[in-house]
Design a protein. Structure first.
Length: 407
């Protein structure tokens, strides 16, 4: 995965406050550690049939009105799929039929120049986007109609819109002087709870390096709760009773990037020091479903992955490998298709992975030499027929896994 470095002016990010000051997160009774170093020694090949009770594929319709860009985010309701597609939203039904394009590209009132983050409220049938150019949030209903604009007073990296007229603010810490990583605020932007930025520093220059990590996700939902994680803070938090609380800690051990090697702190003049060590340290991306934590660790060169499955019930984890060697996702013994690793969940019992059609063709060809017999050989042929009928430039296929219920 290629990365890029951008030269940016330093912004002084002001934090909301009140006379008493925001309440800080307190330790949850169920807080636990995930020992990454220890788990790396527990290598296992885990077949897809071990965790899945069903596998389905959703072919997203392809035409000139709904071409999906390479880097997007997906959002699901019981009957709809929304795609955050750079400067607009695409709406599909759950069978993949294209229904509608939502949002108009531009910088005028109600227009979108670029979507920083999108939020969805199925109960109110609302979509909210934070555009790049203005300090505002744009709201659309599920029918594509523009509903309202909500302005916010200070620049923040990301603002997640919650269902109860609250907002969750995330600041990445690139500038070094942000007081908080996360701030939970009400509709009047009064702070309710915060997570302190523990890695502040003072720049000696008016410019700094901001590194982009396209794969990193700051938020995910599991068991109807929102979870949050900062890029350089390895504690995963959740929100309970208007309070941000620690849920668990990912202890990367020797694989944790030292503060003195962070590219933002080194600046342009010393960035080579970071580049010399990018393959020695990892950052983690997590999501959850059905009492399982899916932890994916990237090295900072974004060339090596470690796929970890962690069971929240017995607090045990395993490094997923192929025959004890290369770290892989779940080996597809279901239908002989592409190996699986979830990038998100649909609900607490279903997870998904988008597949580029070109990669699907390649995987099916490579799998002909594998010695893994599919559990459902008839589905193998159906899958091959489906993929062969698609153009390599077609929209991605969504692979949806229904997990076995182990509660």
């Amino acid at each position: 995965m290629k990365f890029f470095l951008t030269l940016m002016l330093v912004f002084i990010f002001c934090s909301c406050t009140n006379k008493q000051g925001p309440k800080k997160a307190s330790l949850s009774q169920e807080f636990f550690n995930i020992d990454f170093e220890e788990i790396l020694d527990n290598k296992k090949q885990i077949n897809l049939s071990h965790v899945a009770s069903n596998v389905e594929y959703i072919k997203l319709e392809t035409n000139d009105s709904c071409l999906i860009r390479p880097v997007v985010n997906y959002f699901f309701t019981d009957s709809l799929i929304f795609v955050q597609n750079y400067d607009h939203i695409l709406k599909f039904d759950r069978k993949g039929k294209f229904l509608q394009k939502i949002g108009k590209a531009g910088r005028g009132p109600g227009e979108i120049d670029l979507i920083r983050i999108m939020s969805i409220n199925p109960q109110k049938r609302l979509l909210a986007v934070q555009p790049n150019f203005k300090r505002e949030l744009l709201f659309f209903n599920f029918d594509g109609e523009f509903v309202k604009t909500v302005k916010f007073p200070v620049h923040h990296d990301l603002i997640k819109v919650l269902a109860n007229d609250q907002y969750l603010i995330y600041d990445s810490g690139f500038a070094g002087n942000e007081a908080y990583s996360f701030i939970l605020v009400n509709e009047k932007w009064d702070p309710l709870s915060t997570v302190e930025n523990y890695t502040k520093w003072i720049h000696n220059s008016r410019s700094y390096i901001g590194r982009s990590y396209p794969e990193f996700k700051e938020f995910f939902i599991a068991n109807d709760q929102l979870y949050l994680k900062a890029m350089y803070n390895d504690t995963v938090y959740t929100i309970e009773s208007v309070q941000i609380k620690p849920s668990y800690f990912i202890n990367l051990g020797k694989y944790k990037l030292p503060e003195e090697l962070r590219p933002e702190r080194l600046g342009i003049e010393r960035i080579k020091k970071f580049k010399d060590h990018i393959n020695e340290y990892y950052f983690s991306i997590v999501n959850e479903a059905s009492n399982k934590i899916f932890l994916r660790a990237w090295d900072y060169g974004e060339t090596d992955n470690k796929y970890v499955l962690f069971d929240k019930l017995n607090k045990q984890g395993a490094l997923l490998t192929l025959d004890g060697g290369e770290s892989k996702g779940f080996v597809n013994d279901w239908d002989g298709g592409i190996d699986f690793w979830p990038i998100g969940n649909i609900n607490d019992n279903q997870v998904y992975m988008p597949i580029v059609v070109m990669n699907f063709h390649k995987a099916l060809e490579e799998n002909k030499t594998r010695e893994i017999s599919p559990k459902y050989p008839e589905r193998k042929k159906q899958l091959a027929d489906m993929v062969s009928s698609l153009d390599v430039l077609a929209n991605p296929i969504l692979m949806v896994i229904t997990l076995k219920n182990d509660k």
